[in-house]
Design a protein around this ligand. Structure first.
Ligand code: PHE
Ligand code: ZN
Length: 876
């Protein structure tokens, strides 16, 4: 390392702030594109809770022009400026501080703080971007009332937005105008937002449950205005759902969303002024897939729900991030489940958790949902904090039921509205509202790693009892060994020979109850005995995925296909299919490694044939049942992997299924054709396109022709992409035609071109690395845009075959791009370099090749904290 080791921050070091800000008045004077003056007037008083010395600490890195305390200009000797801020000693107990800074938004390629995008100005302040704008106690436990005045050229920046309500506007001078916004709610600086530029709005309104009219506005550049109608509907659905399911009403007179093409994340919940990545808000049938529509609705919901879970009640410090994110993801998942298919949503969420969070929990950056330390907070907006965090909130719901959970939410808001609090405060509200003990449950917040449940069943025909022996453990993770047992809700059922749930009665209970039972697993080893069980049952375990754990149970193959066909819990039916596939894939991997010929067992084929032939089932659910675990999933199933073998084996199974079930795929393809595009036909489209992709694996010509026709003629993006995907790995003229026509038709649409770039980078055909390099020269590509970088480089990094090319060319290429990106946008660079995090799973040669590239990155002068933290943990 050629630079100083970045500093680690610890959760245990938390101290309350010495000074609080009551009120802050901001004036943004936009002088020209590259020069904005920011004047801040803060009303500050000493925090009675703090015993620290009377030194005011402000975070900041902008060019400092002046500091004025109670009207007196401070000379540079009267305060200390350091790399991360300012310390002013000997301040009074209450005072007014005026600070002036200057910033250049155009030079700011990090997209953090105030930045320029296509000639407009936008802010991003979570978690620590506000300090790039002015000097301020930039921590979430300092909550102030903000007002914001923006002064800018009227031609260039006709629209000037900030949080809260617009209270005035006027002409500043001949060319410039001003607008003033006041936010009546106290908030931390991370929720501050400002937007200035040439934008247009779709306007609508919503009447809340108590009869208040709320103005709704979605702002975009003019060219995007025809793609926001769906988002507007989603805003109204979100508002209504939060009223009915959680009893929560919106609290301002206006709710604005602004779409921006350059954005590091999905979207941001700034009070009254959400800023969205265009990819999370724009959706029109010809440019967005069904999955995009679903994602847009979920993210609109997510940001809206943050108004209560995040803004009205926020985090005390950033270690508590899951307090707002885990809870808000849970809320958006429930929103989608209530509006659409609950089982399908649950399966999709668990697939995502398994594919993206489980590897994180097993890798070098594993951390608890409430981490103990960090170098760069931006690195902790993770699958663990968000998705596992949501699973933890869901477990309260499973343990307490909807009514008990809502009682807990009510108490949480009663106690903490307007405050910055901790995960322990949330847990206490849940426990106190329900009079239950959740002490052991706290381990979900402090321990990293995915617990393993090993379950064994024992039937006693004489006693007519069935016992589940449950053993829990959790692997060591970096810095954490010897985990303590968790409090795990384990939802179970027992299926009789007829496929029906047996009534469940635990030993000691007076009467049988329902067919699903939530067992409380608390000990390292624990047994549960069910009585009055007259036949050997087939257990259904972890119904609904009642806890974020791995489960082992030694089902026979025929028991798995029985569960696939009969389980009353739809999630468990899908899960049985996945367990069956996992067993098969592992066996095939072993065969392949030993040089044995691969064979596809008839039992597995027949189980899937039965799914395909079940014409009563929801097609979306069928498509999920018929999908194999991904290559990333398979990597997690084995200890040491050769990515090439994983690819070969999975392709073998897919090709075998295509062949063995060709008649059924053909039938599914025909039966699920749709005429004119209807949003509600999404399930049929997904099954049809899966069938098409399977059929293009055969030697027949017609599926290739059908795919080409679909690609060229479809009236919606789902079918166009479905066809492109079906052709992606086929070296045929139909593919060439489709790709050419697609790229020329959509060259002017940034979001559709992202789809194109990710298709290029995820292909399994030879020469992908060269195609990716060529795509970087495409006029529509730029590393400066995070969506583009993710589409091309992110997809390449997930390409099991080509990223992991045995000669190391994929690793070298991605390392070069990480270094190039780090100079532009460290947050994006750090996400890309995380694609090296499964290094330890790989066979020795690839590990060595990866290590060399990571060492090269780490040796680079001036590396960001973001990338340093990820790479140093990977190499540790
Ligand atoms: N808080 C945002 C969300 O989850 C995510 C985000 C974090 C956006 C940091 C930008 C920067 O909704
Ligand atoms: Zn969020």
């Amino acid at each position: 390392m050629s630079q100083q080791q970045p500093q680690i921050k610890y959760r245990q070091d938390y101290l309350p702030p010495a000074y609080l800000v009551d009120k802050v008045d901001l004036t943004f004077d936009v002088l020209d594109d590259t020069q904005t003056r920011v004047r801040s007037r803060m009303v500050i008083h000493r925090n009675p809770q703090s015993t620290a010395a009377n030194v005011l600490q402000l975070d900041g890195s902008a060019t400092l022009l002046s500091v004025v305390l109670d009207g007196d200009q401070l000379q540079p000797g009267a305060y200390q400026q350091h790399a991360d801020g300012l310390a002013i000693p000997d301040v009074p107990d209450s005072f007014i501080l005026d600070i002036e800074t200057e910033i250049d938004p155009v030079a700011n390629t990090s997209l953090n703080g105030l930045y320029g995008s296509s000639g407009n100005l936008y802010t991003q302040c979570e978690p620590e971007g506000f300090r790039k704008i002015t000097y301020y106690p930039d921590r979430p436990d300092v909550m102030a009332k903000f007002s914001t005045t923006i002064i800018a050229d009227k031609q260039k920046y006709p629209v000037l937005l900030s949080n809260g309500n617009k209270v005035g506007e006027g002409q500043a001078d001949k060319k410039r105008h001003w607008v003033k916004w006041v936010d009546p709610y106290r908030k931390p600086a991370y929720l501050f937002a400002l937007v200035a530029g040439k934008l247009v709005a779709l306007k609508d309104s919503y009447t809340t449950v108590s009869g208040r009219q709320v103005a709704l506005e979605i702002w975009t550049v003019a060219a995007d205005q025809d793609k926001v109608a769906f988002a507007m509907g989603a805003v109204k659905r979100s508002m209504q759902w939060d009223e009915t399911r959680f009893g929560l009403e919106y609290d301002l007179d206006i709710y604005m969303i602004v779409a921006v093409g350059d954005f590091n994340m999905g979207a941001m919940e700034n009070k009254g002024l959400n800023i969205f990545n265009t990819s999370a808000v724009l959706a029109r049938q010809d440019t967005a897939t069904d999955a995009d529509f679903e994602r847009v609705e979920a993210i609109i919901g997510h940001e809206y729900f943050h108004n209560w879970t995040g803004n009205r009640v926020t985090c005390r410090d950033w270690f508590q991030l899951s307090l707002k994110e885990g809870l808000t993801v849970f809320r958006d998942q429930e929103f989608s489940a209530d509006l659409h298919s609950r089982p399908v949503k649950r399966i999709e969420d668990v697939k995502k958790l398994r594919q993206l969070q489980f590897p994180e929990d097993a890798g070098p950056t594993a951390h608890a949902i409430r981490p103990d330390s960090y170098i760069e907070m931006n690195n902790f907006y993770t699958m663990t904090v968000y998705e596992k965090g949501s699973e933890v909130v869901r477990m309260y719901h499973t343990l307490l039921g909807e009514e008990g959970f809502q009682k807990g939410m009510k108490l949480y808001f009663q106690r903490h509205d307007g405050q910055a609090v901790t995960c322990d405060d949330f847990r206490a509200a849940m426990a106190d509202a329900n009079g239950v003990d959740l002490e052991q449950f706290a381990r979900w917040y402090s321990q990293a790693g995915t617990p393993l449940l090993q379950v064994r069943g024992e039937y006693d025909a004489v006693a007519r009892s069935y016992t589940l022996h449950v053993k829990q453990s959790c692997p060591d993770t970096p810095g954490q060994s010897g985990k303590q047992p968790y409090h795990i809700p384990l939802a179970v059922g027992l299926l009789g020979r007829d496929g029906q749930d047996l009534p469940l009665q635990l030993a000691g209970e007076l009467a049988p109850g329902a067919g699903t039972r939530v067992l409380h697993v608390r000990a390292a080893e624990q047994s549960f005995t069910f009585v009055n069980i007259g036949e050997l049952p087939v257990p259904s375990l972890l119904r609904g995925f009642s806890a974020p754990v791995r489960l082992q149970f030694d089902w026979r193959d025929d028991e798995l296909s029985f569960l696939m066909a009969n389980d009353s819990d739809a999630f468990a039916r899908w899960e049985a299919g996945q367990a069956y596939a996992e067993r098969l894939l592992k066996a095939l991997l072993a065969d392949h490694a030993a040089g044995r010929t691969l064979q596809l067992p008839a039992g597995f084929v027949e189980a899937l044939r039965a799914v395909l032939k079940d014409h009563a089932a929801d097609p979306a659910f069928k498509a999920l049942m018929l999908s194999l675990p991904s290559e990333a999933d398979i990597l997690e199933m084995v200890d040491v992997a050769d990515p090439g073998h994983i690819h070969t084996v999975r392709e073998f199974v897919l090709n075998g299924l295509a062949q063995a079930l060709r008649g059924e795929w053909h039938e599914a393809y025909n039966l699920n054709q749709t005429q004119r595009y209807q949003p509600a036909d999404g399930g049929r489209r997904s099954l049809k396109n899966l069938a098409l992709a399977m059929l293009t694996r055969l030697s027949d010509a017609w599926p290739l022709e059908a795919a080409e026709k679909q690609c060229l003629e479809a009236d919606n993006m789902t079918d166009q992409m479905g066809a492109m995907l079906a052709l992606r790995d086929r070296d045929v003229a139909e593919r060439e035609n489709c790709y050419l026509s697609f790229a020329s038709r959509w060259q002017g649409d940034a979001l559709v071109m992202d789809k194109f770039f990710s298709l290029v980078a995820s292909s399994q055909l030879p020469g992908v690395l060269e195609h990716v390099k060529a795509a970087m020269q495409h006029p529509a590509f730029t590393l400066k845009n995070p969506n583009k970088a993710r589409a091309l480089l992110g997809s390449f990094g997930r390409n099991m075959l080509h990223f992991h090319a045995a000669d190391g060319s994929g690793y070298a290429f991605l390392a070069d791009q990480v270094l190039a990106l780090d100079a532009i946008n460290p947050q994006v660079a750090s996400r890309i370099v995380s694609l090296f995090n499964r290094r330890q799973k790989l066979e020795a040669q690839r590990q060595a090749l990866m290590t060399r590239e990571l060492e090269r990155i780490l040796a680079k002068d001036g590396l960001s904290k973001d990338v340093y933290e990820i790479v140093s943990k990977n190499l540790a």
